[in-house]
Design a protein around this ligand. Structure first.
Ligand code: CCH
Length: 286
């Protein structure tokens, strides 16, 4: 723990870089999923930010309200306790950081350390109270389609291009039958951030998986990969599909658009005057 004077002094980029490095250092975890906490840590950042509603200016990462039992217990957040518990070990080392800053920085670390783009980030979120919790239902339901995705992401101020770019995060991680009910990874390299989600979605043959679980797709060839109904909507919707095609061919375009959209997402709902710097920082990858 960093005690004494440094606990109250104004923090610099170097102080936050230390937090970044500590998060990065502990991500590898043998025996857990594909050997890394990065995917679930990224999902925590997204679910703490993706509750934003631009019209009422409620939700988003500012108050880290998933700490409270009601929001922590929302169905969409099942399994994220693993990421919150990991983040708690970092909070113990750097008690001065707010939970919102910590969790969003975790998302930045997860993307950068798995080979993704640099995500501009800056501190300034504050810890809120139970009264700041958002109602259930603000995060997307994977059983639905393009209209629902637009409802959910337009509410946060995003457009079609942002939606397609943000969903490319499914290059990372997997579904867990004991969390969402769905099962399996989207790609063959679930701890590597790449454009392979788009390539597989477009170019593999997909069929409904025959099982007792919720409706999901499996790849015909290996039956080891999956797509959610919402993922499939990205190629059945005529406006989403050309963007998937572009990202499948051009990883650089995906990285650029993802970085911009995700950086916006993790700032949504944070009053500008709260930020401690005028411009977001590029944190150094390890
Ligand atoms: Fe996602 N996601 N996501 N997702 N997601 C799941 C897992 C991850 C949807 C549903 C699910 C984004 C958009 C959507 C990640 C990042 C992002 C799971 C499985 C479901 C279901 C959870 C489980 O069982 O553990 C839906 C629906 C949408 C949009 O419509 C966006 C946007 C992002 C980030 C930018 C990551 C990473 C995972 C893997 C988590 C893990 O534990 O491996």
């Amino acid at each position: 723990q960093e005690g004494g004077a440094s606990a109250t002094a104004e923090k610099t980029k170097a102080d936050y870089q230390k937090v970044y490095n500590a998060i990065a250092e502990g991500l590898e975890k043998e025996g857990y999923d594909d050997g890394s906490l990065a995917p679930v840590v990224l999902r925590l950042a997204w679910h703490s930010s993706g509750t934003y509603d631009k019209d009422t200016k409620t939700g988003g990462s500012n108050y880290a309200t998933m700490r409270f039992p009601a929001e922590g217990g929302h169905g969409a957040n099942a399994g994220l306790k693993i990421a919150r518990d990991y983040m708690e070990t970092i909070k113990k080392q750097f008690p001065w950081i707010s939970y919102g800053d910590l969790w969003t920085l975790g998302g930045v670390v997860a993307v950068q350390e798995t080979g993704g783009p640099v995500i501009p980030w800056r501190p300034g979120r504050i810890d809120g109270f139970e009264v700041n919790q958002t109602p259930d239902g603000r995060l997307p339901d994977a059983a639905q389609g393009a209209k629902h995705m637009r409802d959910i992401f337009y509410r946060q101020g995003f457009n079609d291009r942002d939606i397609v770019a943000l969903c490319g995060a499914h290059a990372l991680g997997r579904c867990h039958s004991d969390r969402s009910g769905y099962e399996g990874p989207w790609t063959f390299s679930p701890v590597s951030f790449s454009n392979s989600f788009y390539d597989l979605l477009l170019n593999d043959a997909w069929q409904w998986k025959k099982w007792k679980g919720p409706d999901q797709y499996e790849d015909k060839k290996t039956k080891s990969l999956m797509m959610l109904p919402t993922d499939m909507a990205l190629i059945t919707d005529s406006k989403f599909k050309p963007i998937v095609q572009e990202y499948a061919k051009d990883e650089e375009a995906f990285f650029k658009d993802f970085a911009k959209a995700f950086s916006t997402m993790i700032e949504n709902g944070v009053p500008t005057e709260q930020f401690k710097t005028k411009e977001p920082w590029n944190m150094e990858s390890s």
